[in-house]
Design a protein around this ligand. Structure first.
Ligand code: ADP
Ligand code: MG
Length: 699
């Protein structure tokens, strides 16, 4: 098997190789043109592609096809239709037309639309996205599609992503041409999302209502060991985990997903997978599929994969690092500084465009990582704070300083790394060391956006980044467009200088986890939007709406719909957590606590009856403590129920979100702490669910 990986790789996608072998030459060429340049595809071409696609799919065991799309839930959606078409006399043929390939019409009424579509006009369309390859999974041909309403509003995450890639392409190419680089025809955003996840035993998972309903534990006495020994990070893979990862790689490779790196993460039972980067659109589709496969392959191995941002208290949660760069059609990475960044005008313009974008639209960047789950991580000493800043590293910071101060910055020689051990090979040190605490770090030839939560689609952060960078480039273009070529260097220098002065406040190379940074950021006037309801309203400012409408990413209605869906999702998530907490405590935990208290009390009193002079202080104290816990928890449950009713009665979405944050979350935390403390007093075998010890250390 292992020596056949190159054949296995991509065997389940309708790849370029398959297209070339199955399509008539002119059809193949027309399709390539659409894929590469985004030109319109004629129906007769689509018909021809449909026939070839069906043939290939049927040869590979497919009986059905589906338009696969990404509604605003953040998940993917599919509805399967079989290829069969009755041909009379009780017989069928396998049929698939260009029309069926290009357009679908799922009933859209039950997907969130944030008010974009009333149920009585529930028509929604899916439209084939030829830039992302079709694939076969579970005997079904999957056709990546965009999803929109009858009147053309985007109801999904793919449409705005494609729009943002297009805008960024236009602006980047225009800028390159202005700088004299006129051979470039296309610029694409590339992304490589590193995905963190937890694995727990499936049987144990099935016994935890909080994991089942909320994706995270709502409480739990800490295991005697957490992550303090730092022995899990990059540690040797345990056999069950290793077998899982191997199987997962194979499944992903079949789908043409270039899974590259796998390792254990910081927290016990936590792991990471990183692919080789790809064009934004494809990488987003791949990340959705990767998350799905992670869960599915886990089932086969008797495991459950948790993608929640904070499945367990007191140990690290999971995020997603979005590595992002820009590549030209002739293969140049525009964020590669080369050996002499100070002299690399093109690099400096693009670098500055990104810094400006992040500074100007820091609030939108924050929003792109906002969810109830991720609020547990940001600022929690395991993930960047909610303050958006940029890490550049020493060398680039000095390059920018030299531009700002008109001082000379010469070529920096790379330094040989001296390990002191002569047998080891010698190599050159990187120009930047790593900084793990920055939300947005330059890492040599790309930026790494580290705020994202593990469960969310990476579409939104990339829509925002692409659009904001396109806007920077547009503004730079306007400043430079009338400059004579001979004066360009000087004009660029002056522009960079102005931009550095304006935006250097967002650059921070220090420790992002420290309290000093929170104070320093406030002094610099940077936002610290701590929770989801705090930041979401920024989506609706005139500045945000202007950005999105100017670049045709979202209409104003489309933005409002996203805002409402995000807010609604926040409210619903916390309500589910509150209901689950009430359920577990009243029906499972409190009865256990009650009977254990009773058992200790009666055994203590029967001992006392037998031997009146016996010392039973510790047992009595335990009974008192257990009873106190019971009172606190029972009262807390009552309060939580009342707060939940109040929150759910509130009809204004925004007020309801703030009630969730200000009432429900503190109550959930209070109950979680009290229950964890009580749990630590109860024998493990009496607990109505598996403990942290079992969940985190059983594999
Ligand atoms: P690091 O060790 O700094 O995290 P890696 O080389 O391991 O960097 O890459 C991490 C992720 O970044 C991988 O998914 C990789 O494919 C991706 N990546 C590398 N170069 C680029 C690029 N030019 N654009 C987008 N992603 C990239
Ligand atoms: Mg990384």
């Amino acid at each position: 098997m292992n020596n056949r990986i190159p054949e296995l790789y991509g065997s389940m996608i309708f790849s370029d190789r398959i297209m070339r072998s199955k399509l008539p030459k002119d059809v193949y060429r027309a399709l390539r043109k659409t894929i590469e340049n985004g030109t319109h595809l004629e129906l007769d071409v689509a018909n021809s592609v449909a026939v070839a696609m069906k043939e290939w799919a049927v040869e590979n065991g497919a009986t059905h096809y589906t338009h696969w799309f990404q509604p605003m839930t953040g998940f993917t959606a599919e509805k399967h239709d079989s290829f069969i078409s009755p041909s009379g006399e009780g017989e069928v043929i396998m049929d698939f037309s260009g029309k069926e390939l290009v357009k679908g019409e799922p009933d859209a009424s039950s997907f969130p639309s944030g008010g974009l579509r009333a149920t009585f006009e529930a028509r929604g369309y899916t439209a084939w996205d030829p830039t992302s390859p079709a694939f076969i999974k579970d005997q079904t041909l999957y056709i990546p599609t965009a999803f929109c309403s009858y009147s053309g509003e985007a109801l999904d995450k793919k449409t705005p992503l494609l729009r943002s890639m297009d805008t960024l392409n236009t602006q980047a190419v225009r800028m390159l041409h202005l700088l004299g680089n006129d051979t470039v025809k296309r610029v694409s955003a590339t992304i490589g999302p590193e995905q963190e996840y937890f694995l727990v035993d499936k049987d144990l998972y099935r016994q935890r209502k909080d994991l089942i309903f909320c994706g995270r534990t709502l409480f739990g006495a800490p295991a005697p060991k957490g992550q303090e020994m730092e022995d899990h990070y990059f540690g040797a893979l345990k056999p069950r985990v290793s077998a899982y990862m191997h199987d997962l790689d194979l499944e992903l490779w079949k789908l043409g997903i270039p899974a590259k790196t796998k390792h254990n993460e910081v927290a016990p039972a936590q792991h990471e997978l990183a692919p080789v980067f790809d064009t934004a659109n494809i990488a987003v589709d791949h990340n959705q599929l990767t998350m799905e496969m992670m869960k599915k392959v886990a089932e086969k191995h008797g495991l459950t994969c948790l993608l929640h941002e904070k499945p367990f208290d007191r140990i690290n949660g999971s995020g997603k690092h979005n590595n992002w760069s820009l590549t030209t059609d002739d293969g140049v990475n525009l964020l590669n500084p080369g050996r002499t960044p100070a002299q690399n005008t093109q690099f400096l313009i693009f670098l500055m465009a990104v810094i400006k974008a992040v500074d100007d639209y820091a609030d939108l960047m924050r929003i792109s990582a906002a969810s109830a789950g991720n609020d547990h991580r940001l600022g929690g000493n395991e993930a960047p704070p909610a303050i958006v800043s940029v890490f550049l590293g020493d060398e680039l910071t000095r390059v920018l300083e030299s531009i700002e101060n008109d001082t000379y910055f010469g070529k920096q020689e790379k330094i040989q790394l001296d390990t002191g051990a002569p047998v080891l090979p010698h190599f050159l040190k990187d120009n930047t060391d790593r900084n793990r605490t920055s939300p947005f770090a330059f890492t040599g030839n790309k930026f790494e956006f580290r705020m994202l939560g593990s469960a969310a689609s990476v579409a939104t952060p990339n829509i925002i980044l692409n659009t904001a960078v396109a806007e920077s480039l547009d503004q730079f273009y306007e400043e430079l467009k009338d400059t004579e070529p001979a004066d360009m260097d000087e004009a660029v220098h002056a522009l960079l200088k102005r931009a550095i002065q304006k935006h250097k406040k967002v650059i921070f190379n220090g420790n992002g986890y420290s309290d000093e940074w929170v104070k320093e950021a406030a002094r610099r006037g940077l936002d610290n939007l701590e929770s989801t309801p705090d930041c979401l309203e920024r989506l609706l400012t005139a500045k945000s709406i202007t950005l999105f409408t100017k670049h045709h990413i979202y209409t104003e209605d489309e933005i409002r719909s996203r805002h409402d869906i995000l807010l609604e999702n926040y409210v619903k998530t916390i309500a589910i957590e509150a209901r689950t907490m009430v359920d577990i405590l009243s029906r499972d935990f409190l009865p256990t606590l009650h009977s254990y208290t009773g058992a200790v009390a009666s055994s203590t009193s029967s001992k006392k009856a037998l031997l009146p002079d016996l010392k039973t202080d510790a047992e009595e104290a335990l009974v008192r403590k257990l009873s106190n816990c019971y009172e606190i928890l029972a009262d807390g449950v009552q309060d939580l129920k009342e707060q939940l009713t109040k929150t759910e009665k509130e009809e204004d979405l925004k007020r309801s979100a703030f009630l969730s944050r200000n009432l429900l979350i503190p109550s959930l935390e209070h109950l979680g702490t009290a229950a964890s403390e009580a749990e630590a007093l109860i024998p493990e075998d009496l607990l109505p669910y598996p403990s942290y010890d079992q969940l985190l250390f059983s594999l």
